[in-house]
Ligand binder design. Structure first.
Ligand code: 87F
Length: 508
């Protein structure tokens, strides 16, 4: 990835800035040639990210935050329907509380960041910064839940968390501090908990597929890959064709009664006896924005699905030398006004110190789905020219049908981005039966659907046998959507009878 990352990276004008010196615009790297550098360049040039002087920490600029906020608005409305309430719990947690649930913290401990000083003096005891909030919240669940009438308890908080990762930091995808929502719920029965796990997973699918236009597979994690503190883990899994890696998009866990036991979260049931609650937790993060960038971006920069684009339509005046610039400006303003009145996010680029051509590249780099150009000829013909970001198609549209045409085009772009991404993802899925086929598919950067025996030893064995520079292969998930498994099908890795189809591959 980026050369200067550790020291603050991209800001200081590296070699590629010289390539297009008249405009300082354009992309130096190509998606298919150097994916890592291409990604860094896209997120910086589109003004989503600014690199920061702490490795693995990034500034999220409005172009990134506004996308996150659009998704948040959808998710908050869904939480309301579910009667999930907003909370905010503290950022800090004592060592004692953090360590309370041993299975949970074990394995994660190296990533926990600690505050040890205030000013020059040592704190009496170090305080951890939350990597997740189970141990922060659950002592209070124990206090707040007394009777069956206190259930279900449904909390959500939008916050930052810190995980001090050491492997290859990447904006959005793997950062040491990130933003998420974490939902934590408690129920009287397992049935209610089970139902919510899948309901939330479906919301995550919608965020990825219907907002970000990124195809995902819903499924269940294996015992080895699940959240160790819980009962079972479900997830939505995306795939990045360029790197041949799977990426977990969001998780929805059923925690069972494990935390209830550790934190003594019990309620008096209708018959007057005490029972432990059933709990869930679920989260999606700013990583989702990065997956979207990787999926749709191209050699001109970012490509935004209309549903999450902060600006869906950018209007650019194209004044010719002796044209009536006032009339053109007026037409541009009324276009933006008409679109805004119809609930379309439209904006006008009136800057006079940049040429129309420069503005085209600028807004292409920022991924705005639709560009409207208005020049003297358009004015005379009572039309505007529309240019699609996803495929470059140009069409002249009469001003009277502006709003319906824009709506239709934006819908078409959203659909086209999803369908194209799904075709590319599907072309990467390889169904295999044997170990040899598995290794060939893995080396061809595939997302592998394989019959296996569902044994942890075999899963560990696959990890060991595929260890190497690019990282080992592992299970991504066991998809809910299971193809038929003919009787007598054998596990690709062990040769034992296969029990299910699972996705395997390298991953982020
Ligand atoms: C890193 C350090 C300490 C993941 C960690 O997925 C603890 C953890 O518990 C940790 N990394 N996890 C698992 C998080 C599980 C769960 N928490 C609530 C979620 C959804 C939201």
């Amino acid at each position: 990835m980026s050369s200067g990352k550790g020291g603050g990276g991209k800001g200081g004008g590296g070699k590629k800035k010289e390539m297009k010196k008249e405009t300082k615009l354009g992309m130096a790297y190509k998606k298919d040639d150097n994916f890592g550098e291409w990604f860094s360049e896209v997120v910086v040039n589109s003004e989503m990210i600014e690199y920061y002087d702490i490795s693995g920490c990034y500034i999220l600029r409005p172009w990134a935050m506004e996308i996150y906020e659009i998704m948040k608005e959808f998710f908050d409305a869904e939480l309301k329907k579910m009667k999930v309430k907003p909370y905010y719990f503290p950022l800090f947690v004592t060592e004692n509380v953090l360590q309370k649930e041993k299975d949970h913290i074990e394995g994660f401990a190296p990533e926990v960041a600690w505050v040890t000083k205030s000013g020059k003096s040592d704190l009496e005891a170090p305080i951890a910064i939350r990597p997740t909030s189970e141990t922060v919240m659950y002592p209070y669940f124990s206090k707040w839940i007394r009777s069956h009438r206190d259930l279900p308890l449904k909390c959500n908080q939008w916050c930052n968390v810190v995980r001090w990762e050491f492997s290859n930091p990447t904006p959005f995808i793997r950062s040491r501090e990130f933003l998420w929502q974490e939902g934590h719920t408690a129920f009287a029965t397992k049935e209610e908990a089970d139902e919510e796990v899948l309901h939330v997973l479906e919301l995550y699918r919608k965020i990825y597929e219907e907002f970000l236009a990124v195809p995902v597979s819903k499924g269940r994690k294996t015992e080895m890959e699940k959240f160790a503190g819980g009962l079972y883990t479900t997830s939505v899994e995306a795939f990045i064709p360029n790197t041949g890696r799977g990426i977990q998009g969001a998780t929805s866990h059923c925690l069972g009664q494990n935390f209830a036991k550790m934190f003594d979260i019990t309620f008096e049931n209708e018959k007057g006896s005490r029972e432990m609650v059933w709990q869930n937790s679920w989260a999606y993060t700013t990583r989702s924005v990065g997956v979207m960038v990787m999926t749709h971006g191209d050699d001109k920069g970012l490509v935004l699905p209309p549903r999450v684009a902060p600006i869906q339509v950018i209007v650019i005046p194209v004044p010719y030398k002796d044209a009536d610039t006032t009339a053109i400006k007026g037409a541009c303003e009324s276009t933006v006004y008409t679109l805004s009145q119809s609930g379309i996010r439209a904006d006008l680029d009136t800057r006079e110190n940049y040429s129309p051509g420069w503005k085209y590249s600028h807004w292409e780099m920022k991924g705005v789905p639709l560009r409207i150009e208005i020049g003297p000829k358009d004015l005379a013909n009572k039309q505007v020219r529309m240019v699609r970001r996803d495929n470059g198609a140009k069409v002249d549209v009469p001003v009277i049908s502006l709003v319906e045409e824009v709506r239709a085009l934006l819908d078409g772009i959203q659909e086209n981005l999803f369908n194209t991404a799904r075709q590319k993802r599907d072309a990467c899925i390889e169904v295999i039966k044997t170990w040899d086929e598995f290794m060939i598919a893995l080396n061809n950067k595939k997302m592998i659907l394989a019959p296996w025996c569902d044994e942890e030893e075999v899963e560990k064995d696959v990890k060991a046998r595929t260890k190497g520079e690019l990282g080992a292969a592992k299970t991504l998930c066991t998809p809910f959507d299971q193809p038929e498994l003919p009787e007598g099908t054998l596990c690709f890795a062990s040769g034992k009878p296969a029990k299910k189809w699972s996705y395997w591959g390298r991953s982020y």
